[in-house]
Design a protein around this ligand. Structure first.
Ligand code: ZN
Length: 86
């Protein structure tokens, strides 16, 4: 079995950029992470019109997450989480 997928690989797959899914066929743990990420992406997309994300936290989150590699929906999810928690 290959190594487990990291967060970046999961995000790339959910965004359609990662096409080598052999590991997913033999690893329920990573499959579940991909499914969870897909659900989160959809939830974020559905929630976007309802949440007016304030400019400053969004920029803070975007700046923090952007140093790694983040998809727009991961940044949006983090921004929504900041809005809900904060
Ligand atoms: Zn795995």
């Amino acid at each position: 079995m290959n190594e487990h997928w990291n967060e970046e690989s999961v995000a790339r797959y959910v965004d359609g950029e990662e096409h080598d899914d052999r590991h997913l066929h033999e690893c329920p743990a990573c499959s579940n992470r991909v499914i969870a990420a897909m659900r989160m992406k959809r939830a974020v997309r559905d929630a976007m019109p309802r949440f007016e994300v304030p400019q400053s936290p969004r920029d803070r989150v975007a700046g923090r997450v952007h140093s790694r590699r983040a998809s727009w929906w991961m940044v949006a999810a983090a921004a929504v989480a900041v809005r809900i928690v904060g």
